[in-house]
Design a protein around this ligand. Sequence first.
Ligand SMILES: [Zn+2]
Length: 203
Amino acid sequence: MLPEPIKNLIDRLSQLPGMGQRSATRLAFHLLNQPAQKVLELAQAIKDLPEKTKICRNCFNLTGEAGKCLICSNEKRQPNIICAVEDVLDIIPIERTRQFNGVYHILGGLISPAEGMTPDKLRVRELAERIKKLKNQFPALNQIEIILAFNPTTEGDTTALYLEKILSPLSIKITKLNRGLSTGSDLEYADETTLVNALKFRH
Ligand SMILES: [Zn+2]
């Protein structure tokens, strides 16, 4: 009953997370009623997404250019303090606190055998390699710190335990966010004060 372009758009929109058939239809008709220029700008932004987004070769954060991301290439940040997080979204709340002056390592998930997430699917090897290279620059004991900043879930705890085991032979300092103040809260949704304290009182 609907013309093909609308049907096609509804079909694609309804595949997005949190978007059912009804909201997809409503959104498609909303776009249809917008000025053509506005719709084109939206289409362009979507087109740019895969074309202009690159991955940092050091920490696997997203970046607009090939090579290192803005955080890794910032000389004011301490490359010997690495905050390991599950994914890119976890960086945002930590950066918002402006209390962290180190760098990140995006693991790309957490260990969850039930979902087929085994350690070899995460960037664990890359993290170990990174630390080994850093050791040339920071050879003293405990000069390199890895902060394990995962959500307080079974997967987060399993991943932290695994990394502690893998990284301990490298004689670096391994710390975790202080969760005493914020049990059960996701990094992504943690409020700023909670996060500032979790970082400040890491142990
Ligand atoms: Zn980076």
